[in-house]
Design a protein around this ligand. Structure first.
Ligand SMILES: *Cc1c(COP(=O)(O)O)cnc(C)c1O
Length: 485
């Protein structure tokens, strides 16, 4: 604890004031009348007493302890930590967007409904789906919405399908979603090339299959080249194909899940479409479906009748609401801004640069780190720390050492089918200089592992806190300031 800057409570001096508040015109007696006595405090709140400048420094110091895309390179695989253009923020803060209320009559919020309607249409085009709902507020919630749609669809067709197939390279949310939606998960092993093993798939697909959940390119950054045949196998058995489109950076403008044969798709606007990830705060995981599944989408649906935008709540087959009102509207406004500022050509350029950047970094690192899947990758790639492990240094140590150089580490130990995995997603928004500086650092660390392993094993050396007991930190987090005696 002693390594922290002095906290605001510790610099407090009685009587020091940072802001002049007007004298209260509320009679304390009225308060006592209005609220039950057990809700009223009986002593003054112990608030820090500091000057305005001290307060400013307190918050600035706290913000400096954060690391984000705006502070440095953030190659966290499967998370698409790209730059969030600030014009998105300007638009989301316009009065007509930020100061409206979801209970306003439809005719007074036609512009907002038009934005939602057009975003639905844009995302439908980008995914090759027929209809989109913007309601789900995260990728995982999009997955759940999609599987509930699959469930209702099968039930409506009088079929009892209880199993969801998930490849072993899948994101952890896929099997978790299947379980929460009441399905049994069947794991499909990958083949040596890191792709879905068709023979294994054929063995597991049957009349109990509700859906196959797939990411393409998969979490190894590899394109499932047999996707058309995979789709055929699942469809012939009466199952649906679910596309986990959390990271759509490699396919923007190139191809669509629709063309690949998928029936249901979710996107993560907080990954591909430059809305903030927000530390568990508002995200958006819109879901797109084919015509056949459209009646099952959540209500209300934003529709256009003549030149009026309306909210339709009457769809009988709908799975219902999955989120209050119409989704995280401010976030949807940001994604709309991004799509409209980029345009189709801009989005096409995104996928080109994202894939180029990943392959460039991969080529530079290949001589120093094992590459279990050496073929050309898409938006991300996975290295293995297996060479370094033989020298007594683990991937976790390498990740910690990266902190000393001011980088957010890549995703580690994921996907699960790679030994000592390091999953790197550079994104399209970085410069070549940034990619080179990161590659130089990774190479320098690989050399340290050989020449000075203690340096890596004891990392990080420059952060406020060294190695955490990560289990304790997540099981018993200390979330409140406590005064040191
Ligand atoms: C991030 C991610 C998810 C989950 O998205 P959340 O918004 O975090 O719930 C699902 N699948 C893949 C492949 C992802 O990368």
């Amino acid at each position: 604890m002693t390594t922290y800057n002095k906290m605001i409570f510790e610099v407090s001096q009685p009587g020091r004031i940072g802001v002049d508040l007007p004298t209260s015109d509320v009679d304390p007696v009225t308060l006592t009348d209005k609220f039950p006595s057990h809700l009223l405090r009986d002593s003054e709140a112990e608030l820090p007493e500091v000057s305005e400048l001290q307060l400013m420094r307190h918050y600035t110091a706290l913000s400096n302890k954060n690391y984000g895309v705006d502070s440095g390179f953030y190659p966290l695989g499967s998370c698409t930590m790209k730059y969030n253009p600030k014009v998105n923020e300007d638009i989301a803060r316009l009065d007509g967007i930020s100061r409206i209320h979801p209970y306003q009559p439809e005719e007074t919020v036609q512009g907002a409904l038009q934005l939602l309607y057009e975003l639905q249409a844009d995302l439908a085009e980008i995914t090759g789906m027929d209809e989109v709902s913007l309601q789900p507020s995260a990728g995982a919630q999009g997955e759940w919405t999609g599987l509930m749609i699959a469930k209702h669809y099968h039930k409506q067709n009088g079929q009892n399908r209880t199993k969801v197939l998930v490849p072993d390279s899948a994101h952890g949310t896929n099997p978790a979603t299947a379980a929460i939606a009441g399905f049994e998960t069947v794991t499909i092993p990958s083949n040596e090339a890191g792709l879905v093993d068709l023979a294994e798939l054929k063995q597991h697909v049957n009349e109990e299959t509700a859906a196959l959940m797939l990411t393409n390119p998969n979490t190894l950054g590899l394109f499932e080249k047999d996707i058309v045949e995979i789709a055929q196998v699942v469809h012939e058995a009466g199952g649906l194909l679910y596309y986990d489109g959390a990271n759509a950076n490699a396919i923007l403008g190139r191809t669509t899940p629709g063309k690949m044969g998928f029936d249901i798709v979710h996107l993560n606007l907080h990954k591909t479409f430059t809305t903030p990830h927000g530390g568990g705060g508002p995200g958006a995981g819109p879901v797109g479906v084919t015509k056949e599944l459209a009646p099952y989408l959540p209500i209300p649906r934003v529709e256009k009748n003549g030149d009026q935008y309306t909210l339709n709540t009457s769809e009988k087959l709908s799975i219902g609401r999955v989120k209050g009102y119409y989704g995280n509207f401010g976030i949807l406004a940001r994604a709309y801004t991004y799509i409209r500022t980029m345009g189709p050509d801009g989005l096409y350029q995104v996928s080109e640069s994202a894939v180029l950047h990943a392959n460039y970094l991969k080529k530079r690192l290949e001589p120093y780190y094992a590459t279990p899947y050496p073929q050309v990758c898409k938006h991300e790639f996975v290295l293995s720390g297996s060479k370094q492990k033989k020298l007594g240094v683990r991937t976790l140590d390498i990740a910690k050492r990266l902190l000393d150089f001011g980088y957010h580490p890549p995703t580690i130990y994921f996907p699960l089918n790679v030994e000592e995995g390091l999953m790197i997603e550079p994104t399209e928004t970085e410069t070549k200089e940034t990619l080179d500086a990161f590659a130089d650092t990774m190479i320098a660390i690989a050399k340290e592992v050989e020449n000075d392993p203690q340096m890596v094993l004891n990392a990080p050396h420059t952060t406020v806190i060294g190695r955490l007991d990560e289990t304790k930190a997540s099981r018993k987090p200390i979330l409140r300031y406590t005064k040191e005696d």
